[in-house]
Design a protein around this ligand. Structure first.
Ligand code: SAM
Ligand code: DTB
Ligand code: SF4
Length: 368
C-alpha cells in the first residue's frame, strides 16, 4: 500500500461490550503495582490483553470539530477556551448546520467513521441542545457514528440525544479525584460522574478519559485509571490526552511528561479496561512516531484524525497515513457504517475510502 489521499479501510468490529470483570473493583495499589513493573513485562501483558480482545491492527478513526468555540465559564486550568484566561482565542458562535455538514462530509471522504462535535459550554440549554440534535441527525444521515461533548447534561437531555441517534457522549473525568481540585474549581468530580451516569442510563455509549502531564503524580494517574475502570461499567471509549500547553493558561509552563510514562499509562489502561477503545487524543502532534507505535502496541486503538482538534493543531493527515502504512495499521469500519452506499446521494464528488472493503476480502491481514 502506498500513502494515498485516504486512510485504507479495514474490517468490521465485533468486540463484545465492556464486561464487568472478576478483577473489578481495581485498587489504586494494584494499578501502581502495574506501573512499577519492568517496561517489557508491563508491555507484554498489556499487548496480550489487547490481542485477546481486539484486532490489534485495527484503529478506530474519529474526526473532531469545534461547533462552538471559546468564552466558556469554567476554569479548567489546561483549556484554551476558558474565559478566565487570556489565551488570545477568538470566540465563535454555534456553527450553522450547513457548515457542520460540510466538515462531516470532508471527514467522511478522508476516512473517518466517527464525527465528534465539541462545544465550550458548562452545560447546554435546551435551545442549544435542539440545534445540536439537528447536527446529530445530519451526521447519522451521512452514515457516520456521531459523538458530542457539550459539558454537563441532565437525564432528560441525555435521553433526547439518545432518541436523536447519538452513538457516544464524551465527558472526561480528566484526572484523579484527589488532583481534580488543583485543575478545576468551578465544578466537582462528582458533577462529572453524575453526567456520566445520565449518559449511561440513556443507553448512549460512554466516552470518558482525561489528560496526562498536568503535573499530577503517578499515584494520580493510577487513581484516574482506576476511577474509570471501576465505573458501573467501564467506558466504551477512553481518550488519553497528553496536555497541550496553552500560553495564557496556568498550565502553560508545566514540564512535559516523559513519553515512556505515557506509554506505561496506556498499558495500565489496557489491562484495567480490556474491552474499551483507548484513544490517543490531544498531544499526538508532539509525540514521536516511535512513541505512538509503542502506544499502539500497548493497547491504544483509536485516534483523532484530521489537521485540527478543537482549537489546536493535530498531526497532519499525510503523516498519519504514512504512519499507518509503516505500522501495517488500518482503520476500523464500524458495523452500520454506510458512507460507501450513500456517498452518491450527496452533491460532493466522493471517492469513498471505504469502498470495496469491510468484512472479508479486503486484502488486509486481520490477525486476532
Ligand atoms: N466543554 C466540554 C467539557 O469540558 O466537557 C467539552 C469540550 S472539552 C475541550 C473536552 C476535553 O478536552 C476536556 O475534558 C479535556 O480532557 C480535553 N482538553 C481540553 N484542552 C486540552 C488541552 N490543552 N490539552 C489536552 N486535552 C485538553
Ligand atoms: C478529548 O478527550 N479530547 C478532545 C475531545 N475529547 C473533545 C479534545 C482535545 C482538545 C485539545 C485542545 C484543543 O484543541 O483546544
Ligand atoms: Fe470549558 Fe470544556 Fe474548556 Fe473546561 S474543558 S474550560 S468546560 S471548554
Amino acid at each position: 500500500m502506498t500513502a494515498s489521499s485516504t486512510l485504507e479501510p479495514a474490517s468490521h468490529t465485533t468486540h463484545a461490550p465492556a464486561p464487568a470483570t472478576a478483577t473489578r473493583p481495581w485498587s489504586t495499589q494494584q494499578a501502581l503495582a502495574l506501573f512499577a513493573r519492568p517496561f517489557n513485562d508491563l508491555l507484554f501483558e498489556a499487548h496480550q490483553t489487547h490481542r485477546a480482545h481486539f484486532d490489534v491492527n485495527a484503529v478506530q478513526v474519529s474526526t473532531l470539530l469545534s461547533i462552538k468555540t471559546g468564552a466558556c465559564p469554567e476554569d479548567c486550568s489546561y483549556c484554551a477556551q476558558s474565559s478566565k484566561y487570556d489565551t488570545g482565542l477568538i470566540r465563535e458562535r454555534l456553527l450553522p448546520l450547513n457548515e457542520v455538514r460540510e466538515a462531516a462530509l470532508r471527514a467522511r471522504e478522508t476516512g473517518a467513521t466517527r464525527f465528534c462535535m465539541g462545544a465550550a459550554w458548562r452545560n447546554p440549554t435546551d435551545t442549544q441542545l435542539n440545534n445540536v440534535i439537528d447536527m446529530v441527525r445530519m451526521v447519522k444521515e451521512l452514515g457516520m457514528e456521531a459523538c458530542v461533548t457539550l459539558g454537563m447534561l441532565t437525564a432528560p437531555q441525555a435521553s433526547r440525544l439518545k432518541e436523536a441517534g447519538l452513538d457516544y457522549y464524551n465527558h472526561n473525568i480528566d484526572t484523579s479525584p484527589e488532583f481534580y481540585g488543583e485543575v478545576i474549581t468551578t465544578r466537582r468530580f462528582q458533577d462529572r460522574l453524575d453526567t456520566l451516569a445520565h449518559v449511561r442510563d440513556s443507553g448512549i455509549n460512554v466516552c470518558s478519559g482525561g489528560i496526562l502531564g498536568m503535573g499530577e503524580s503517578r499515584t494520580d494517574r493510577a487513581s484516574f485509571l482506576v476511577s474509570l475502570a471501576n465505573l458501573p461499567r467501564p467506558p466504551e471509549s477512553v481518550p488519553l490526552n497528553m496536555l497541550v500547553r496553552i500560553p495564557g493558561t496556568p498550565m502553560a509552563d508545566i514540564p512535559s511528561l516523559d513519553p515512556i510514562e505515557f506509554i506505561r499509562t496506556v498499558a495500565v489502561a489496557r489491562i484495567l479496561m480490556p474491552s474499551s477503545h483507548l484513544r490517543l487524543s490531544a498531544g499526538r502532534e508532539g509525540m514521536s512516531e516511535e512513541a505512538q507505535a509503542w502506544c499502539f502496541f500497548a493497547g491504544a486503538n483509536s485516534i483523532f484524525y484530521g489537521d485540527k482538534l478543537l482549537t489546536t493543531d493535530n498531526t497532519d493527515q499525510n503523516t498519519d497515513r504514512a504512519l499507518f502504512e509503516k505500522l501495517g495499521l488500518h482503520p476500523l469500519i464500524p458495523q452500520g457504517f454506510t458512507a460507501a452506499t450513500n456517498a452518491h446521494d450527496d452533491e460532493e464528488d466522493h471517492t469513498s475510502p471505504m469502498g470495496g472493503c469491510g468484512g472479508g476480502g479486503c486484502g488486509h491481514a486481520h490477525p486476532h
